[in-house]
Design a protein around this ligand. Structure first.
Ligand code: PMP
Length: 384
C-alpha cells in the first residue's frame, strides 16, 4: 500500500494510540467531578491544553478544543461576523476565493443573513496580493479571512502580511491553518490574526478533534458561546470534554514539533525527487498553484491529456492512494473550485489534475511506485 493523501487525512501515530488508550482506560473520570479520579482527568486536560498552547505559542486561555476544523471555522467566522455587526462596525467580509468549503459555505450562509462577501482570486502568477484585499475593502468592511496553506494545491498565502494590514485597519482576521500545522517552519506565536484553527487528523491524531485559537485585536469582540450547557471550555462550548482525544492530539503535536525540521527536509527532498522522476518519464505535465510559494507536502499536477479519474482508478488497483482535488469535494462531480479560481475556463486542466500529498511516513519508494503506475498508464494511452 502506498499512501499519498496526507492532505485528506493522516494515519494516527502508534505513540498517540498508546496515549489515547491510556487515558481511556486509566484516566476516564469526568473532569468536573470533585473526587480524585475526576481531578486526575482535569489535570490531564489542563496539561494537554498547556502543552498544546505552548507549542502553538499562544495563551492557553485563548485555546478551545472542538470536534475539528469545520466546527472551528464555523464558530470563529460566525461569531466574529455577528459581533462586529452588533458593534455597528459593518457587514462586509473579504475572503480568498480558494478557501475550504468549511469557510466558503459559512460565508455563503452569512450572505443569506445579510452579510456581504468579496472574493479575491489569485493574480496571473498565482499569488494573492495584499493590495487586492485592500482594494476590495470598504467603509463597512469588518473582517478578512484567508487560509495559510491551500489543501488542494499547497499554495502558501501571505497571511502575515494580510494579518498585519487587517490589524492596522481594525478588521478581524481569521486564518485556516489546517494544512500548515506541522508543515511550515514558522511559529504561530506572532501570527497577526484574531482566530486560527486546526484539525488533529491532519497531524496524525484521530478524526473528530480540533481546535480554535481566539485572540481578538479589540476586547469588545468577545467569542460567542457555541454550545450552552454545563460550562465547559470557559462556558463557550459546553459538553464533557473528549479528554482521550484532546490528550492524544496534544501528544501528536508534541511529537510532530520534535521532528519538524527533519520532516520538512524529507518533504523538500521528496518534492525534488517527484519532479525529477516526472521529468524523466517524459510525461507532459504542469504544476498547479503558485510554484514560488509552495508548501513541500502538497503538489497538484496537471497530467495533460489524461483524465484524473483514469489515473485514480489505475492507482487504486495498484494500491496507491491519492486524490483529484480535495477529498471533501471528491464525492461530487463538480470541478475543483480552487483550480477554477487559478485557471478560469481551462476545463481540461480541471479534469486532468491530481493531488499528491506527503506525510512523515512517505518515502522515495512510494514515489517510485506512483511513477511506475503513471508511466505504464501513459505508455498504454500512447499505444492506443
Ligand atoms: N480546512 C482545510 C484547509 C482542510 O483541508 C480541512 C480538511 N479537509 C478542513 C478545513 C476541515 O477539517 P475537519 O476535517 O477537521 O473538519
Amino acid at each position: 500500500m502506498v499512501y499519498l493523501d496526507y492532505a485528506a487525512t493522516s494515519p494516527v501515530r502508534p505513540e498517540v494510540v498508546t496515549k489515547i488508550q491510556q487515558v481511556l482506560q486509566e484516566n476516564y473520570g469526568n473532569p468536573s467531578s470533585t473526587y480524585r479520579l475526576g481531578k486526575n482527568a482535569k489535570m490531564e486536560l489542563m496539561q494537554a491544553r498547556q502543552d498544546f498552547a505552548n507549542i502553538l505559542g499562544v495563551d492557553s486561555h485563548s485555546l478551545y478544543f472542538t470536534s475539528g476544523a469545520t466546527e472551528s471555522n464555523n464558530w470563529a467566522l460566525r461569531s466574529q461576523a455577528h459581533q462586529a455587526r452588533k458593534l455597528g462596525l459593518g457587514n462586509h467580509i473579504v475572503a480568498s476565493a480558494i478557501e475550504h468549503p468549511s469557510v466558503k459555505n459559512v460565508l455563503k450562509h452569512l450572505e443569506s443573513q445579510g452579510f456581504e462577501v468579496s472574493y479575491i482570486n489569485p493574480d496571473a502568477s498565482g499569488q494573492f496580493k495584499l493590495t487586492d484585499f485592500q482594494a476590495a475593502s470598504k467603509a463597512n468592511t469588518i473582517g478578512w479571512t484567508a487560509m495559510a496553506v491551500n489543501n488542494e494545491v499547497g499554495a502558501i498565502l501571505p497571511i502575515r502580511e494580510l494579518g498585519q494590514a487587517a490589524k492596522e485597519l481594525g478588521y478581524w482576521f481569521h486564518v485556516d491553518t489546517v494544512q500548515a500545522i506541522g508543515h511550515l517552519d514558522w511559529s504561530f506565536a506572532d501570527l497577526p490574526c484574531t482566530s486560527f484553527v486546526g484539525s488533529g487528523h491532519k497531524f496524525q491524531a484521530p478524526k473528530g478533534i480540533g481546535f480554535l485559537v481566539y485572540q481578538p485585536f479589540q476586547k469588545e469582540m468577545v467569542l460567542e458561546p457555541l454550545l450552552y450547557g454545563g460550562g465547559q471550555e470557559a462556558s463557550k462550548r459546553s459538553g464533557t470534554e473528549n479528554i482521550p482525544y484532546i490528550a492524544g492530539m496534544s501528544h501528536a503535536l508534541t511529537l510532530m514539533q520534535a521532528d519538524l525540521d527533519q520532516v520538512l527536509k524529507q518533504h523538500q527532498d521528496l518534492s525534488r525527487y517527484l519532479f525529477d522522476q516526472m521529468d524523466q518519464t517524459g510525461i507532459d505535465y504542469e504544476s498547479n498553484g503558485d510554484s514560488d510559494h509552495q508548501a513541500a507536502h502538497i503538489h497538484n499536477l496537471w497530467l495533460k491529456g489524461i483524465p484524473a479519474s483514469q489515473v485514480l482508478i489505475q492507482m487504486d488497483l495498484a494500491g496507491i492512494y491519492l486524490s483529484a482535488g480535495s477529498a471533501c469535494s471528491a464525492g461530487s462531480i463538480q470541478p475543483s473550485a480552487v483550480l477554477q479560481a487559478y485557471y478560469p475556463g481551462q476545463e481540461d486542466r480541471w479534469q486532468e489534475s491530481i493531488r499528491i500529498s506527503f506525510g512523515r511516513e512517505t518515502s522515495r519508494a512510494d514515489i517510485d511506485q506512483f511513477i511506475k503506475v503513471l508511466s505504464e498508464l501513459v505508455h498504454r494511452k500512447r499505444q492506443k
